[in-house]
Design a protein around this ligand. Structure first.
Ligand code: NAP
Length: 250
């Protein structure tokens, strides 16, 4: 990874933050993206390798293209794009769910990931190299109660990843996805709109994956030899059997 350029969306927290740390330890240069500039600055401050901070909302198509079309000359050759930005908003049945929550998930997790990918593809295709790693979820493999739209967004990430791999097959660009189960990050706090007590319950009685566990797996995907592509990796806590069955200590 030494001197490779890695762009990570959603680097201001959780999996994205831990992934930046893991790649930086291997000597990579990092483009750190997110909306919270102060968080990205504090991350950049503690990393030992070169960084570039980009603040934009992935849902804002204009901002995504304007920002990524104007990358400084030294940063245009992206070796690995890690499409990590995303969140769940709410946990409700379709009949009572909030439509703004749906839009945040579809616009961010699906359309945002597509915009970032589309904006960076011309550079990757031109240089005939690159690797795109998308953050799916176990929620993109199985649907769980009250998660219909978050699960829809992650099923879409899975489908987009598969389609992208087909479309880029002749271009020499690797495409894969990682699908974690329960990971302890700010994810549940965002899902429950800042309700920390409710968020904490999600992780009760089970040792969830840490953001670093997921980052280590992403690093593994990025470090495979040229002839190897990890196309699809499901990573679960040992106590989690699938999207809705976990063996919790009582
Ligand atoms: P997190 O700690 O809440 O981090 C989410 C990151 O995404 C933040 O850096 C946030 O940055 C960024 N983000 C969210 N919406 C954005 C937007 N509209 N524009 C730009 N950036 C945005 O959650 P996490 O667990 O690390 O989640 C990372 C990814 O893993 C997500 O795609 C999530 O769906 C997936 N995942 C999580 C779990 C889990 O259990 N935690 C399981 C499977 C998959 P700003 O707020 O600064 O913009």
């Amino acid at each position: 990874m030494k001197d490779k350029t890695i762009l990570i969306t959603g680097a201001s927290s959780g999996i994205g933050w831990a992934t930046a740390e893991a790649f930086s330890k291997q000597g990579a240069r990092l483009i750190l993206c997110g909306r919270r500039k102060e968080k990205l600055e504090s991350l950049a401050h503690q990393l030992k390798t070169e960084t570039l901070i980009l603040t934009f909302d992935v849902r804002d198509r204009k901002a995504v293209f304007e920002t990524l079309d104007k990358l400084p000359k030294d940063w245009v050759n992206i070796d690995v794009l890690i499409n990590n930005a995303g969140n769940a908003h709410g946990l409700d049945p379709v009949q009572t769910a909030n439509i703004e929550d749906w839009e945040a998930m579809i616009d961010g997790n699906v359309k945002g990931l597509m915009y970032v990918t589309k904006a960076l593809l011309p550079g990757m295709i031109k240089s005939r190299k690159g690797h795109i790693i998308n953050l799916g979820s176990i929620a993109g493999k199985e649907v769980y109660p009250n998660g219909s739209v978050y699960c829809s967004s992650k099923f879409a990430v899975d489908a987009f990843t598969q389609g992208l791999r087909i479309d880029l097959n002749k271009e020499g660009i690797k495409v894969g996805a990682i699908h974690p189960g329960l990971v302890q990050t700010e994810f549940s706090e965002v899902r429950f709109k800042g309700d920390r007590a409710r968020a904490a319950k999600v992780y009760e009685g089970i040792q969830a994956l840490s953001a670093q566990d997921v980052a280590d797996a992403i690093l593994y995907m990025a470090q495979t030899p040229d002839q190897v592509n990890v196309a699809d990796l499901v990573l679960l806590p040992t106590r989690q059997a699938n999207a809705y069955i976990s063996n919790r200590e009582s």
